[in-house]
Design a protein around this ligand. Structure first.
Ligand SMILES: [Zn+2]
Ligand SMILES: [Zn+2]
Length: 248
């Protein structure tokens, strides 16, 4: 039980330490002027995605495609829109891993800083929702990295966060190496609504750190839609853009 208290405290110490030290690049650690930013060299190495690509799934469009890609036209995904700040390459991966496993909680602010410009024209019936962790994983890690990012975005976008409306009831094994239908099966029934009224007729903006195949977010979207959400979008820090990376 003690570790449940020590772990969040450890994160807090890390955060305080990050504020006490001069600002450093979130990629390489080089001293820079701004807190939570990247040095020019790391900045150049990042593949910024923003609002580009398919207006539904966010993946790069082929030359002949208009606003929505052929895959989404043929089989519309459960998510109405997916966007990510950057492509999942070496630096974004390291940022995500240091936040999650290195407890560098200040990096949640870095992620949010670059995700904030992806705000849509959602209107006031909009809520932000971090992709939930299973309670065992939350207990082991001490925090949900996506919830930290969601809190930061909530402040910047002036939108409420629904932290507990959706619950992860199934602990899923890592989806690495599975194909699309195996991933879908693995996350089926992983989420249930704890508070369906919180999402009824709302636009729900799911927040996650990394998007690989999208199966987890799709499973969330399925539950949210069933509970009456009018639209479900996903905004994440980094996403796998090339399908070849999925099997890694
Ligand atoms: Zn750097
Ligand atoms: Zn698409």
């Amino acid at each position: 039980m003690a570790s449940a208290i020590v772990r969040p405290l450890w994160g807090l110490c890390n955060l305080l330490l990050d504020f006490a030290l001069p600002p450093s690049c979130a990629g390489c650690g080089e001293i820079i002027d701004e807190v939570g930013a990247f040095c020019p060299e790391c900045w150049r190495k990042l593949e910024w995605l923003g609002n580009s690509g398919c207006q539904r799934c966010g993946l790069p469009l082929a030359g002949t495609e208009a606003e929505v890609c052929g895959r989404c036209l043929a089989a519309p995904p459960k998510l109405d829109r997916i966007r990510a700040a950057v492509a999942y390459e070496e630096i974004p991966r390291s940022v995500a891993l240091r936040l999650k496993y290195g407890r560098k909680v200040a990096l949640a602010r870095t992620m949010a800083r670059y995700m904030a410009p992806l705000k849509g024209e959602w209107g006031d019936k909009t809520i932000i929702m971090p992709v939930p962790l299973h309670r065992w994983r939350l207990w082991r890690r001490g925090f949900n990295q996506s919830a930290l990012v969601a809190s930061e975005l909530s402040r910047q976008w002036a939108l409420p966060v629904a932290r507990h409306a959706l619950r992860r009831v199934k602990q899923t094994k890592p989806l690495k190496g599975l194909n699309h239908s195996q991933r879908r099966k693995a996350v089926a029934g992983a989420f249930t609504m704890r508070d369906p009224f919180a999402v009824k007729d709302k636009i729900v903006v799911l927040i996650d750190d990394v998007l690989t195949s999208g199966s987890t977010a799709e499973a969330c979207a399925r539950s949210l839609r069933k509970a009456g959400a009018s639209r479900v979008e996903l905004i994440c820090w980094a996403r796998v853009v090339r399908p070849s990376q999925l099997m890694r």
